[in-house]
Design a protein around this ligand. Sequence first.
Ligand SMILES: [Fe+2]
Ligand SMILES: [Fe+2]
Length: 278
Amino acid sequence: MTAKTLTQMAVEVLTTADGREKTALSHKYAAEWFAARAAGTPLPVGEAEPPLRPARPEKPELLDPRDVPRRRPGSPEGRKAILHAVAHIELNAVDLHWDIIARFGHIKMPLGFYDDWVKSADEESKHFNMVCDCLEAMGSHYGALPAHAGMWRAAEDTVHDIMGRLAVVPMVLEARGLDVTPGMIKIFQNAKETATIEALEVIYAEEVGHVAYGSKWFHFLCGRHELDPKDEFHALVRKYFHGALKPPFNEEKRAEAGLPPDFYWPLADDIPNKPRDS
Ligand SMILES: [Fe+2]
Ligand SMILES: [Fe+2]
């Protein structure tokens, strides 16, 4: 057993560059955290200094999103490109969940806050490995294609604002994942790629939890500071998120995750498409 604090563990994950190594360490530390919790002797959270940006492998090459080549989703190459982009998102998600733990160690939070983000980080680690396995089974691998360079921007923009972080990362970016994953699953169903469909179904189910944790702790902090959650959410997303939210929204899954329509519709850029019955 290590005598490490949770925030030290988080920094170790953040400073590990290789994806498979990072996710193995993430899984190991999650298991240690939950074993100590189950034994009634929780590890100290402590305080640590996370890097501004996590360590990244030499490959993939990180490009401006405009320069990442687009491929037809119907082709095998297009499907590899989609999965590669998903692997990149999952790796960033591992770091985002450990980063919220390490970055805001100075803010006193209930232990349940750490339980939720450690569990999320562990799930993201599994997602990364599942998607990498699928890529490898298709004769590709993570690093074979260029990837999106802007993925860490939300973290940097909210480096001093835990509520801004919760608003933008789980409640906007991960919620967006709920909107787009069913379409992605359809692409792989059309291609009858069973292993990938199964991996995406696991991701889709577990991501609802991450959005829900975001909403839960956002509401908790609003309560602590006597702020109106909806107004605060709108103000923080407008402050830190660059651009409008894109409908169509997955209202079903967003509702399951504790995101009501009046949180996200006023931030959408396409109000005329708003369903008439809402
Ligand atoms: Fe994920
Ligand atoms: Fe997630």
